[in-house]
Design a protein around this ligand. Structure first.
Ligand code: FES
Length: 97
């Protein structure tokens, strides 16, 4: 079961493989914006993945197109609603918390 660590607070969350980072964060009670409810349309769930990026689901076209419209995107950028957890631990930085 992957462990999700949230940078800054250092909070760790045990999450199920295959769920999105957004689902894991919301289940843990984290305040993360998700205006389109996970459809890759709003970009409000943009996060930085600091560790474990390669173990997440690959970026698909919809996510890629939305990321292209967001200011401040970096190499670790993902939409939390689209990135699904694999088996390894990851560390994320929330931008709108
Ligand atoms: S919740 Fe809207 S893009 Fe992720």
């Amino acid at each position: 079961m992957p462990i999700l660590t949230i940078k800054a607070t250092g909070k760790t969350v045990e999450a199920a493989e295959g769920i999105s980072i957004l689902q894991a964060l919301l289940a843990a009670g984290e305040a993360i914006a998700h205006k389109c409810e996970g459809k890759a349309e709003c970009g409000s769930c943009h996060i930085f993945v600091l560790e474990g990026r390669k173990n997440l689901s690959k970026i698909q076209r919809l996510e890629n197109e939305k990321l292209d419209t967001i200011v401040g995107v970096g190499s670790g950028s993902r939409l939390a609603c689209q990135a699904k957890l694999g088996t390894e631990n990851i560390t994320v930085e929330l931008l709108n918390a």
